[in-house]
Design a protein around this ligand. Structure first.
Ligand code: HBI
Length: 349
């Protein structure tokens, strides 16, 4: 399993992919498979063997324009990770790629061992779209995505395999009676539109707890200057065990993506704690939040929509939130989907 080259696992820079890779690795080991993770130097994943690879990080794809050419820094960690994979490929049945990058996709035909690509974001650049389409066409079933809406950002949605996502729910404690807080969780960057959640907190007067890496410091400063008296509490990037403990105490999680969120791990984490999700009707979240049952889907980019939904939170039964993730997004449910994916790829060979 080759991780994202944008940062070490555990740094938070890899966003949801870090959690997704770790959860799948642990679940495959639980099912008796032998798993090795290949990741940038400094990566830490408890109880999974890791090969750490040195080299320069890849530029985050979401900061690039559509026409951006493929760029590999000298001594690229991505290139080094895939040279390692080339050398050891015959020891494995399947290689799983978690990077949203051109190189692993381009290398697929050069490998003897089949490669399963878990594409973690929607369409971002022309170069990525065309190489993903090429592999989706020539290596059927090998392009995995997290949601139908993510697949639909590509012209070849029908060639994508929808896997949803899943996580170890045992580390998420259900909280029946919350305190008077709202929550926002994610990489603090423009595409995640934290400012809308801050604005809703200011209007409702309900304090907003903010969790996540300040990936864009200037963006954070701009929000603090624009909303100096908003009731916000920055809690930093917490390990999952601590995050879920505080998240569970909140009345709702606000998810305010400006872009098509491929899935919405944070929404699953909140629901697992019994926390309703109020999200823009955009991207993978529309396939997770059951409007009026486990939260609310509101008009994208509408702060008023967020505020109105916050006022209706008493309608939501927090037990329903936990029950939904147990049914659809447990480690076991995801493990079944992943194992079947690998089997179909091997059968297709
Ligand atoms: N950018 N180039 C590149 N490669 C990745 O693997 C990558 C990225 N940006 C964001 C990212 N991965 C993850 O944080 C999201 O897919 C969750």
């Amino acid at each position: 399993m080759l991780s994202t080259p944008v940062g070490a696992i555990g740094s938070g820079i890899g966003g949801g992919v870090e959690l997704t890779l770790t959860n799948i690795a642990l679940e495959m080991i639980r099912r008796g498979h032998i798993v090795k993770i290949v990741a940038p130097q400094g990566s830490v994943v408890k109880s999974v063997p890791i090969v750490e690879i040195a080299g320069e990080s890849q530029i985050p794809a979401q900061t690039q324009t559509r026409a951006e050419p493929i760029v590999l820094p000298k001594n690229s960690v991505l290139a080094n990770m895939w040279d390692y994979a080339r050398q050891v490929q015959s020891d494995y049945d399947v290689i799983v790629n978690y990077a949203y990058d051109w190189l692993p996709l381009y290398l697929t035909p050069f490998f003897n061992t089949p490669i399963a690509h878990l594409i973690s974001m929607g369409s971002l650049t022309d170069a990525m779209d065309s190489i993903i389409e090429q592999i989706a066409t020539n290596f059927p079933q090998t392009i995995g995505v997290h949601s139908l809406s993510q697949a639909q950002t590509f012209t070849f949605a029908d060639k994508c395999r929808c896997l949803a996502n899943g996580m170890d729910l045992s580390i998420y404690q259900f909280c029946a009676r919350p305190s008077n807080f709202l929550a926002w969780v994610g990489r603090i960057a423009p595409e995640k539109a934290l400012e809308d959640a801050v604005s809703a907190a200011k209007i409702t007067g309900i304090p907003l707890k903010i969790f996540g890496v300040k990936q864009n410091e200037q963006y954070w400063q701009d929000i603090c200057q624009k909303y100096p008296d908003a009731p916000i509490i920055y809690r930093g990037f917490l390990p999952t065990a601590e995050l879920q403990q505080e998240l569970g105490q909140c009345r709702a999680l606000l998810v305010t993506p400006r872009w098509v969120e491929a899935f919405g791990n944070v929404a699953i984490e909140a629901l697992a704690c019994g926390v309703p999700v109020i999200a823009y009707r955009r991207g993978g979240l529309t396939e997770i939040v059951k409007d009026g049952e486990t939260g609310f889907l509101v008009e994208p980019d509408s702060v008023d929509g967020l505020v109105n939904a916050i006022k209706q939170l008493d309608q939501i039964d927090r037990h329903t939130c936990r029950q939904q993730v147990e049914r659809e997004y447990s480690q076991q449910a995801m493990g079944d989907r992943i194992e079947q994916w690998f089997r179909d790829i091997l059968a297709g060979r």
